[in-house]
Design a protein around this ligand. Sequence first.
Ligand code: MLT
Length: 316
Amino acid sequence: MSKVLIADKADALCEKVLKDRGLDVTVKTGMKPEELKAFVAPFDAIIVRSASKITREIIEAAKNLKAVARAGAGVDNIDIPAASEHKVLVMNTPFGNTVSTGEHAIAMMFSMARMIPQANASTHAGKWEKSKFEGVELTGKTLGVVGCGNIGAVVADRAKGLKMNVIVFDPVMTAERARELGVKMVTLDELYAKADFITYHVTINPATKGMINKDTIAKMKKGVRLINCARGAIMVEADIKAAIESGHIAGLACDVYAEEPPVNHPFFGMEKVICTPHIAASTKDAQVTVARQAAEQIADFLLTGKRTHAVNGDKI
Ligand code: MLT
């Protein structure tokens, strides 16, 4: 019987689906890298979210490993080249948490526009700071969406419903897709020059790493507000901090960090920064969907060879 390890907290449906398909399932979460390395040898497949890092070392220690499934979209916690070299198929669930992540970005935008977290904390503290919390409207403002794949498209669609003017930069987006979504495609420089709010929905790669830095910030409108529910490494944190302090950036809503969990992060304690702990995809709805999908993908692959959303399928 094939053995599957669920190495990160996932909805209970993940274990149930695998067991119903006749697989031998072990749930062991919260392992440190060394512990995981010592534990993985017998498993044919591993299911992770974002906490466990499936590094080259882990892959090499997992002598029986045939597949890794990521219950989520990003696969940056899995060493894909190492997996390919060892003929380990990597799959993700790219659509399962799209709506939740898009909705979180919209919630972050509202929170920032009206300073809701700050006003909530102030009111709970017994204060009545009405004039301090004068916000801005979203209606009629321009939202720049950087990266308009599954999640960016949800954000663009909801923002149009809020009567925002939506402009999009996405180097692989077709004109037809832009027409379908009813958004205007622009260059990144144009987006920076026009947007009142900018939301990022990109994966981490050499082109996006550090893409929010002092040079790109200088191209943005004074008073811009940024939302990052994508990946922490797209930000040069010191440059953003300096731009907030100078007033060039009016606000930042941040769900992701270069190192997670962040320790003594430069944004902590900044009044104009709203921080959440990488929870954009953390809804019951999304977690049930990604847990079920990851389990089905692993069961299909181990039992029938069927591949769904294989990230390195061409190498295996
Ligand atoms: C993803 O890559 O799917 C999201 O960042 C959500 C997550 O990591 O939980």
